[in-house]
Design a protein around this ligand. Sequence first.
Ligand SMILES: Cc1cc2nc3c(=O)[nH]c(=O)nc-3n(C[C@H](O)[C@H](O)[C@H](O)COP(=O)(O)OP(=O)(O)OC[C@H]3O[C@@H](n4cnc5c(N)ncnc54)[C@H](O)[C@@H]3O)c2cc1C
Length: 436
Amino acid sequence: MPTTAISLRPTPKRAHYDAVIVGARCAGASTALLLARAGLKVLAIDRRPYGSDALSTHALMRPAVLQLSRWGLLEPLLEGGTPIVEATTFHYGDEEITIPLNAGPDLPGLIAPRRTVLDRMLVDAARKAGTEVLHDMAVGDLFADTRGRVRGVEIRGAGRAALRVSADIVVGADGIGSLVAKCCDAQLLRSGAVSAAHVYGYAPVDPGAGYHWYFRDGIAGSLIPTNDGLACIVASVPTKLFDQRFRLCHARARTEVLEALSPALAEQASRAPEDARLQAFRGVPGYIRQAYGPGWALVGDAGFFRDPITSHGISDALRDAASLAHAVLDGSAAAFAAWQQERDLFANQVLDTTDAIAGFDWTLADIGERHRRFSAVMKAEVQTLAGQPMPDRYASPTMGRPTYRAPANQDEPRAPAGVSNPGASNHYRNRMGARP
Ligand SMILES: Cc1cc2nc3c(=O)[nH]c(=O)nc-3n(C[C@H](O)[C@H](O)[C@H](O)COP(=O)(O)OP(=O)(O)OC[C@H]3O[C@@H](n4cnc5c(N)ncnc54)[C@H](O)[C@@H]3O)c2cc1C
């Protein structure tokens, strides 16, 4: 009797969704959560496994904690054992400045959840709201109509033929190497001039520890308390110095940097088990990409990247997920334009103030002022977020419709920049080498 191979992998339940989101971490899962809560049919796809780790030093700043609180996710994170950080200390050479973090009902302090905890929780919340989430599957390409408007994605899973799913909008939440940005030729609006490398590992820390940020000429470091009684301990240097000193042995070079910053920090790091692995990120200059086009949008690192030295990437992702959700739910061209305008306003300020620190061209006399400028940007962000209504399907004056319609921006006849006639093959050009 002939046998048929049965795939146990889940497949999309529908052929068409209101929104398909490529990438299901901070940016993707948050966007999915907000759109699904507003009643849209959403599919999110991530090529990595559910609950997997990601490169990150975990420190959330106030905008991210505020968003999690507004979405009802802060409480479960705290109940799950993520420690509250109630103070942050800046070590400028031998000088220490400790700042208590305002206690309040909405923001009891800051948190630094492991990505295995945070990303999993966002995915769980998105699923609970009705999002279909597929892990271990990659989007290999986008397809478009003859006018260049993105119409959907091709999904590739191990051992299965490519599957096409159509959508009113495809959201690229697929990180630095964004396939969606490449396929749509998203214009590069700005690129930063500096980059820093970050090498980190975990060591046991006493309960109640705060954030610690260390600076001495040309080097920086941090101690960030996270889950499981551990702190993430980071050595940060200009990429050029990383190439010179870290290439041969990350562990020794990191220890040297930590010792130069603070013998106490180096001692804390030495409490890690001998075989503990280190993670290294060589650095990527910041950039801001065009945020949307006909049938597509970018959110999170896919659209905007800034050096990790200011620990603001997750804050950016969660802020932009909410404003993108507003634009998608409104659906008008004006709403998308307003979204990009708001994103660019914050992105430019965050990039300016981050590069002023990641460039390592400061002295111990002026680094404090650079931090104050960065902090002022975050203050403005928090004020904007606190006054923002939750994304709602019927909140906009242009809404009130009984059913969702395709965003007006998708009906533009113009193809995205660089896509001359995608309709000929009905595929976007995939410059990552996947089959077009
Ligand atoms: C070393 C380092 C330290 C950092 N530390 C901090 C910090 O302390 N605090 C902070 O706020 N930020 C930090 N950041 C920044 C933060 O990690 C990012 O800003 C954040 O992860 C962006 O989230 P995202 O969802 O946009 O992208 P990502 O987290 O990169 O997720 C993108 C997802 O898309 C998936 N994907 C990609 N392509 C495809 C495809 N074709 N098909 C399906 N899935 C796909 C990937 O598998 C991935 O899971 C750090 C970054 C680095 C590199």
